[in-house]
Design a protein around this ligand. Sequence first.
Ligand SMILES: NC(=O)c1ccc[n+]([C@@H]2O[C@H](COP(=O)([O-])OP(=O)(O)OC[C@H]3O[C@@H](n4cnc5c(N)ncnc54)[C@H](O)[C@@H]3O)[C@@H](O)[C@H]2O)c1
Ligand SMILES: N[C@@H](CCC=O)C(=O)O
Length: 536
Amino acid sequence: MTLPPNQPVRSFAPGSPERASLIAELARQRANPRRVLPVINGKKVDTGTSTDMREPHAHANSLGTYASAGAPEAQAAITAAIDARHDWSRMDTAARRAVFLRAAELLAGPFNDRLLAATMLAQSKTAFQSEIDASCELIDFLRFNVAFAEQIEAMQPLSSPAERNRLEHRPLDGFVFAAAPFNFTAIAGNLAIAPALMGNTVVWKPSERAVYSAAFLMDLFEAAGLPPGVINMLPAETPAAIGDTVFSSPHLAGVHFTGSTAAFDRIWQTVGSNVSRYRSYPRLVGETGGKDFVFAHVSADVDALVTALVRGAFDYQGQKCSAASRAYIPLSLWKPVTERLAEIVSSLTMGNVSDLTNFMGAVIDQRAYTQISAFLDHAASAPGHRKIAGAAPSDETGWFIPPTVIACTDPKSRIMTEEIFGPVLGLYAYPDGKLAETLALVDQSTPYALTGAIFAQDQAVINQLSLALRDSAGNFYINDKPTGAVVGRQPFGGGRRSGTNDKAGSPFNLLRWSSPRTVKETFVPPVSHLYPHMAG
Ligand SMILES: NC(=O)c1ccc[n+]([C@@H]2O[C@H](COP(=O)([O-])OP(=O)(O)OC[C@H]3O[C@@H](n4cnc5c(N)ncnc54)[C@H](O)[C@@H]3O)[C@@H](O)[C@H]2O)c1
Ligand SMILES: N[C@@H](CCC=O)C(=O)O
């Protein structure tokens, strides 16, 4: 079965048509603040509350407000999802899939600028970062998931002349709760659409830090013809208000989560403690945090390594679960690597993402700004840390944390072992001869295993490093940065405390949303209970 091509990534170079129309849409959205409401059973519900949605890089600018859902709306969304399940799960699969293919075409067409601009304004992504997320990755999720669902359906058991066997892919017996992180519009969408494509109905809670772009996603689903009640959107200032209702419902059949390890731990514990309430065992799929590494061998190409460090650590302000956050550099390469890194990092431009000349925007909000600043304060005050590059943070006009590189003498420093989720890269210099010991450090010094990259030239060395770090990352890169997985090419997800590794954008993930029924049809049934060996 053929897979669709990936959606091409455009350049947004000066003079390009995509740049002109994006700039016009940014202005249009800025001039038209939105009021976002929960959507339950296809109807918008105003709860009367009002939470501001602001641009992280220009926090005086409001994009509008949203009405926060609470327990009553969560209960209504569960009821809507349960009611919608009958028809949606029985809809002809080709018709169901058409909704998602239509959404892909709409997103590649009239909705494209809307989603791109909304993601730039709400999440402070540059044009390129928004393009690879809200446009390319989401279009790919929509199209590839349909192709993967067809592959899954095609995998049928053996039949014989006497019997016909088949596997029917039914949705889970209840509703799926999808909870999204702020950092990827595509992930927010996929968390809802992957279960829905398999016939499930969904209570979808976008991140409280990215409600604005989620509202445009909901517009897209509706425009694609998604029936009411299939995906019910609950923006909520207090996530636990939704979680408490959802996790105590006997109809909870699955959780599709992406976010922090701490939040998924709490969800898992709550679901575990409620397990006897549920009508079925809820499927728990959670892709969580990371402390992603770059390991350089003495044979590494310095220019390729430094480019990967800069893009891997500082694209989207380091707010990717895959971001390069700790790097291990052999002493013999330390000087050229750190000098080149310091030179490039100090030249990176940061500011309002509507100015397309900027390399970076701001971090998502004040909470992130404070948390990342605390790591920088720690590095400034605790012995064994030396800043190689990085200016002072500023929160005057936006939540700006400049890209920062910190040399750490202790490879177990907090900078080298804890998820920072910001533009901070820790470096550790290892003696060239201590290869095995350093690989053990890479593998053992954090609880995560999400992404990692190695840089080396010799194939035998590449094989040695790949084997030594086999369990250290679910997405492993050789001579490339550890970010930027593409749907259909690098199925994404990590092990250990980075998640259940169900590989978003792959058939493995879709299978989690199916409860197959095996059907055996016997053409000529036996009419006697006696077996031949019983004949006297
Ligand atoms: N592994 C991956 O594929 C991947 C991808 C993106 C982000 N992430 C991780 O996500 C984190 C950043 O995202 P974030 O700050 O938005 O994460 P977060 O954990 O703060 O929030 C994630 C989602 O969970 C919801 N949530 C939290 N507690 C809840 C509760 N009790 N009940 C119901 N919903 C609840 C939040 O409202 C949000 O929608 C980082 O740790 C990053 O590594 C992982
Ligand atoms: N899939 C993205 C990361 C998603 C997490 O934030 C990447 O590969 O960079």
